[in-house]
Design a protein. Structure first.
Length: 283
């Protein structure tokens, strides 16, 4: 199967977690699945800006990424974190290769429009295309591509992209079967309970009722986009539960709602069959 996995940047800060996840991803790829990894690194990015005495500016809660800030993003995302994760996966016997936006124009982007003004946020963009032929060539050679959340703009500049949205767009462009968000939370929470499964139509209700907030809203909006574009299932799960989420045996059959309680985290579907469980089963 074709599987896009998004690594939260917080998971890459702990060496033991990186090695554990690398081992599980390597095993899954060695079973013959075609995997594309997209990763963020926001906390380390912010910490690095602070260490370099670069002031972060925000508009309506969105970071303005000027050239100096963008250069730090490239250093952190495409440099340190990308190479750390790529090396860990390769060390587990699965050759991996870091692919950034400029490599064969692999990921192309457009500048983000804010309040109808393009470029107001600086080098912040959204993914508009993917060099599928290049990704396919890596898969044919049994290589596992690892991509930082960057896109190449029409001006040949690199743009910072929200990693959740980039992963969803990548899943659409490579026609993935599964999109998995490995996060630093257990899944979609209703209070202290993890919702085991939800449908696209429930996402708006969860947001409007403020059951979810902050970064989880971005994940669910991205999940909805991926599902509506043809991805069969989105799984949001904590990195500590990745062993079950990435177990090779779970990708043998098409995803169904009826098995959702057997897995940790939250599985998101386009819709449920009438034979399935109630829409927001909690565990």
């Amino acid at each position: 199967m074709r599987i896009v996995i998004k690594f939260a940047g917080a998971l890459l800060e702990d060496d033991a977690t990186v090695w554990s996840l690398a081992r599980q991803v390597a095993r899954l790829a060695q079973e013959g699945h075609k995997i594309l990894i997209v990763h963020g690194g926001g906390r380390l990015f912010t910490a690095t800006l602070k260490r370099m005495a670069i002031e972060s500016k925000f508009i309506a809660g969105l970071r303005v990424t000027d050239r100096e800030t963008r250069d730090v993003a490239v250093m952190v995302f495409a440099g340190l974190l990308n190479k750390k994760l790529t090396a860990a996966i390769s060390a587990e016997g699965q050759p991996a290769v870091g692919v950034s936006a400029a490599d064969a124009r692999c990921f192309v982007a457009e500048p983000m429009v804010h309040n109808e003004v393009e470029g107001r946020l600086g080098f912040v963009g959204y993914l508009t295309g993917l060099n599928a032929q290049f990704i396919e060539s890596l898969w044919r050679e049994k290589l596992l591509p690892v991509a930082p959340c960057l896109g190449l703009g029409p001006d040949n500049e690199l743009y910072n992209i929200n990693a959740d949205h980039m992963a969803a767009a990548c899943a659409e462009f490579v026609e993935a079967d599964h999109l998995i968000y490995l996060t630093d939370v257990a899944g979609v929470l209703d209070g202290e309970k993890v919702l085991s499964a939800i449908s696209c139509e429930e996402i708006a209700r969860l947001i409007q009722s403020r059951v979810v907030s902050g970064g989880m809203i971005l994940k669910l909006e991205a999940a909805k986009r991926a599902l509506q574009s043809g991805v069969r299932e989105v799984h949001i799960v904590g990195g500590g539960s990745a062993a079950a989420a990435l177990a090779p045996g779970r990708f043998v059959t098409a995803p169904t709602k009826t098995t959702s309680l057997e897995l940790p985290g939250t599985r998101v579907f386009r819709e449920f069959s009438s034979a399935g469980h109630s829409a927001s089963a909690a565990v």
